[in-house]
Design a protein around this ligand. Structure first.
Ligand SMILES: Nc1ncnc2c1ncn2[C@@H]1O[C@H](COP(=O)(O)OP(=O)(O)OP(=O)(O)O)[C@@H](O)[C@H]1O
Ligand SMILES: [Mg+2]
Length: 311
């Protein structure tokens, strides 16, 4: 089973307002709501890839209930712990005339140590060796910075392969718990290693010693429109981004993480792993907003993926 973990989910409310302006009344033209948060988005892409995952995490209030129902409607298994308070709603204002995209994000309710510990122990009771857990996104208010470290270590002790897609201090702590695979983007890797990084070669130089020091077997460093670096099975491969029309780059990394989880579960060969995850990232940028990439698009892009061994 693949589990995705979202400790700080959100109901994404996307509205379109032509000529959106401040200091005046704006009228919404269209409105849609989606279950959101990085782990949940990973679950959606896993679902579009025809694989199964369980979305786990923390929810609260009627917004939390709405997210739970939205996931069930999509056919995604859920494993959520409810806390007092209301899960956040994140507002995205899309202006089709000025081509702008404005995010207004709520902080979300604070969690208590007992909520985190309760969810983790329930999850540990359900997992089996060989399962995969994708830990991604920001930590909710109240969660200590070492939360992903604790979760990664506990899951790893059960034989679960952790795919880590975090940022900042939660990432720098969690890498010390030896995740199976980390997927920072190049900016996150740069902050993690304290070095300015621009190229795949520089990223490789920075990432390999870290992987050796903390015994992290696999890393994928995503570089947006510049492609990605794959450090797998002791090899270094660079994949160029698939040239596609770009609509929204938000969530490309989540799409990639979803494909990496599916490839890991299927035991895919290195080349197929690269093809599927690069195609998933590219398909995601073709969608507007944070909508999950469609499998048809992903399949169409797979033959266009180009990669080479780095020396
Ligand atoms: N402009 C683009 N054109 C083609 N492919 C892209 C583009 N941007 C991203 N991708 C694909 O998606 C992958 C992940 O993108 P990126 O490095 O932006 O992830 P990220 O910063 O983690 O994104 P997020 O956290 O918002 O999901 C890239 O390695 C690439 O394969
Ligand atoms: Mg990311």
């Amino acid at each position: 089973m693949i589990y995705t973990i979202t400790l700080n989910p959100a109901l994404d409310k996307t509205v379109s307002i032509p000529d959106f302006s401040i200091d005046t009344v704006n009228r919404i033209q269209t409105l849609r709501t989606d279950a959101g948060g990085k782990g949940i988005n990973v679950s959606k892409v896993i679902h579009s890839l025809g694989a199964v995952s369980t979305a786990a995490g923390i929810l609260g209030g009627s917004t939390g209930q709405a997210i739970l129902e939205a996931l069930k409607k999509l056919g995604i298994e859920t494993f959520f712990h409810f806390i007092p308070g209301e899960t956040r709603t994140n507002l995205k204002v899309i202006d089709p005339s000025r081509h702008t995209n404005t995010d207004i994000n709520e902080p979300g309710p604070p969690v208590q140590p007992d909520d985190l510990a309760g969810l983790l122990s329930a999850l540990l009771a359900g997992v089996s060796a060989g399962d995969i857990a994708v830990i991604s996104g920001s930590l909710p208010a109240g969660a200590p910075a070492d939360t992903y470290f604790t979760w990664t270590r506990a899951l790893r002790e059960r034989g679960v392969r952790v795919i880590l897609d975090a940022d900042g201090e939660p990432l720098s702590r969690a890498v010390q718990a030896s995740p199976h695979l980390m997927k920072p983007n190049i900016h996150e890797l740069s902050a993690l290693t304290g070095r300015p990084l621009r190229t795949a070669a520089q990223a490789r130089e920075a990432a390999v010693p870290l992987m050796e020091a903390y015994r992290i077997p696999k890393a994928v460093i995503s570089m947006g429109g510049e492609g990605a670096l794959y450090l797998l099975e002791g090899r270094a491969l660079y994949a160029r981004a698939v040239p596609v029309p770009v609509h929204s780059t938000v969530g490309a990394g989540d799409s990639m993480a979803a494909a990496l989880a599916v490839a890991e579960e299927a035991g895919m060969a290195l080349a197929d792993t690269i093809r599927l995850s690069m195609a998933a990232g590219a398909a995601s940028v073709m969608e507007s907003g944070s909508q999950a990439a469609a499998y048809d698009t992903i399949k169409r892009l797979i033959p266009l993926v180009r990669f080479e061994e780095m020396h």
